[in-house]
Design a binder for this molecule. Sequence first.
Ligand SMILES: [Zn+2]
Length: 286
Amino acid sequence: MFIALNETDERIEIDNADPQKQYFCPICREPVIIRAKDSLAVRTHFAHKRRTQCLDDWSHDMSDWHYDWQQCFPKECREVVIENNGEKHRADVFIDDTVIEFQYSHITGEEFAKRNRFYISCGYKVVWVFDATDKIKNEYGDSIDPMRCWNNTLFWKSPRSEFAVTIPRNVTIYLQYKSPVSNEQYKNQLFDLMIRIKKITPEEFSFYQTYPRYILPVNFLKEYGADLPCLSISEILYPERIHEKTKPQPEESQPQATAQNSKGYEKVKSRVLNLGRIWIKHPWQK
Ligand SMILES: [Zn+2]
């Protein structure tokens, strides 16, 4: 975990933790220690002492990738404890009745289904973002760049038979990967791109086409509440929604005000803003 409680129950982020002080798990309240201080493979995080039995028995990924994504959201939305019928878990991000889980390491279909069931039983939507860099490829090579996918099919690099799932209602899956962009302006630069998945079987993924635009992390953040000057994922996938939006709207206060004003989004805005305007043409488009 990247956030633990101090002695007065305040939520303290790992980067602000004082090694001389004692911190506690927000779920089981057992003392936690600061782990992986000098590790390059995992980011420094709070961890239970060995053999502590925590009510949250799910394993949480502690990679830099995971941390960076989580940091894009306001602090109050990160590592939120969700309780239902005596069961308690920590959602990576909880925003607007949506749980967002960032998954860097391998997860089984069974584990995936279990987490979805829990959050759906609480009445929430679930969004997954998988790090697909170097883990998934298309038929024609190692890249999962949709520009080079002639059909919608992607494969696991090493097939894992247990990840065959039907995507339940209220669950949305995105893959994030790195790819060079092949237009003049951004030639040879590696970008973080995302695709939304339609279907998963043990051998293949199929995804939604988003030409002529790519989905970028900035579009994802816009979709889930950030106030950024770009299109949201729904606007990319369903362009008619842009027109709906430009119609005059009855005056209404925006429910996402707290998220929009937060420092977290300001930070991400400066980090990703210059990626927000990419417009990529398909090679055979005029
Ligand atoms: Zn615990």
